[in-house]
Design a protein around this ligand. Structure first.
Ligand SMILES: [Cu+2]
Length: 463
């Protein structure tokens, strides 16, 4: 993290209480910026009411200054460059150097004053999604305020009345500004830090972009055909893992500002939805799940005891949301026998590729990609290609992950006898018909039921 002043003189500075309290009362609070895309472990609150900070996946929380008992934040709406994953950067719009913007953390009952400076080429506003506040602070351009013109600063002030999980985003030229990445997380902690206490509290926003392979800027005014599905504007394998200690009580809060719903799925554990847009769910209203749908405009908090050690997949369950760009225009040739055909076409069309086991695995395929394009499905695990992209990461549960330690413990080492293995007995009896399937046209005397199933991913080169 760097302060804006330090940033312009090129000297890096660590954030501290001094950074945000140095400015005088009559001045704007400093607007710290973040230049790293890595998850920033949370510092304890330097002043104000105590709380247990959240961890923003591949993000950070915005420092404040106290001014006569008011928590003052400074957000700067501006163009940013976000690394979506190593090998790909995007020209987005965000806040304080990042998209999504920094998480704002306050405590129930805090009076909050937020200065919003617009460095975009068009007017903007900020809506504080889910909050109880005076109508004139709700940030809807034209309805509750004029737009914040380029170069201008507006001030929002209200009391964070209701504890829970919230978001912020523009209510001005939304199709463009949200498609460009303008959004952020907001957590209002309960007044009593012992209430709803957990050991790890992760937060992130779901976001979607439409960035043509080989380009850097999202196509805006897109309604359906997004091709990059991300957690906090990061795509797997660029999304940090969630590293926890065995038997930790873990909370994951997810906000959805995309244009579709996302069924969020956790492996190896059951969880309960403990928080919604409306606040904390009553204990008697909770039930166990392994997938929860997060609809458009919603926030969900899920909680579980991480009592199963291992590397557990955590992802959106819409398959194409765990793939990166180019996933929509590939012809579906599954079931077609491409032997020889792909080779011949490739002589004419060098980029030609086919999905399915005759054409090669999407994850392992070596195909030329335009600059600044992520492979559709990628990421290396300890056993080979994970063949995932987009909204996917790993929940790492370890018995020796120290409290407050968010560093990556590496891959899980499976105790003897706990790893799936290859059966080495006699091969199975012949299929009902030796050459069943594999033809684009039914062969003469074809079996009534095709017994060979072809899947979009093959199995070459890994286990
Ligand atoms: Cu999804």
């Amino acid at each position: 993290m760097r302060s804006r002043r330090d940033f312009f003189t090129g000297a890096a500075a660590l954030v501290g209480a001094g950074l945000v309290s140095r400015a005088g009362a009559a001045t704007l609070p400093e607007a710290p910026i973040m230049s790293s895309a890595a998850t920033q472990p949370p510092p304890p609150p330097p002043n104000g009411r105590p709380y247990n900070p959240v961890v923003t996946l591949n993000g950070w929380s915005l420092p404040w200054r106290m001014n006569n008992g008011v928590k003052e934040f400074h957000l700067i709406a501006e163009p940013v460059v976000r690394e979506i994953a190593p090998g790909m950067k995007a020209n987005l719009w965000g806040y304080n150097g990042q998209s999504p913007g920094p998480t704002i953390e306050v405590v129930e009952g805090d009076r909050v004053r937020i200065f919003v400076t617009n460095r975009l080429p068009e007017h903007t506003s900020i809506h504080w999604h889910g909050q109880r506040l005076p109508n004139g602070m709700d940030g809807v351009t034209g309805l509750t305020q004029p737009g914040i013109q380029p170069g201008k600063t507006f001030v929002y002030e209200f009391v964070a009345r209701r504890p829970g999980t919230f978001m912020y985003h523009p209510h001005a030229d939304e199709m463009v500004q949200m498609a460009m990445g303008m959004m952020g997380f907001w957590v209002t902690h309960p007044r009593n830090p012992a209430q709803h206490r957990v050991d790890r509290d992760f937060v992130f926003l779901l976001n979607a972009y439409d960035i043509d392979p080989g380009s850097y800027t999202p196509r805006v005014n897109e309604m359906l055909n997004f091709n990059l599905w991300t957690f906090n504007s990061r795509a797997f394998p660029g999304i940090d893992t969630m590293n926890v200690r065995r038997n930790d009580r873990v909370r994951i809060r997810v906000g959805n500002l995309t244009m579709t719903n996302h069924p969020i799925h956790v492996h190896g554990h059951e969880f309960e939805v403990t928080g919604t847009d409306g606040g904390w769910t009553r204990p008697e209203s909770r039930w166990p799940e392994v997938t929860t749908d997060v609809a458009v405009g919603q926030m969900r908090a899920i909680e579980f005891i991480a009592d199963e050690p291992g590397d557990w997949a955590f992802h959106c369950h819409k398959s194409h949301h765990t793939m990166n760009a180019m996933g929509h225009d590939v012809p579906n040739l599954i079931g077609v026998d491409h032997r020889g055909v792909a080779e011949k076409i490739a002589r004419l069309v060098p980029d030609y590729m086919v999905m399915g086991d005759k054409g090669g695995s999407m994850g392992d395929m070596e195909m030329p990609l335009p600059d600044n394009t992520l492979p559709m499905m990628t990421g290396q695990g300890p056993f080979g290609g994970v063949e995932m992209g987009g909204m996917f990461t790993v929940l790492k549960v370890r018995k020796d992950q120290k409290p407050g330690d968010y560093s990556d413990p590496g891959w899980y080492r499976h105790p003897p006898g706990t790893l799936a293995y290859e059966w080495k007995g006699e091969p199975p009896a012949a299929l009902r018909k030796q050459d069943a399937g594999g033809q684009s046209m039914p062969a003469a005397n074809a079996p009534e039921v095709e017994v060979t199933v072809r899947k979009p991913t093959g199995h070459q080169g890994h286990h």
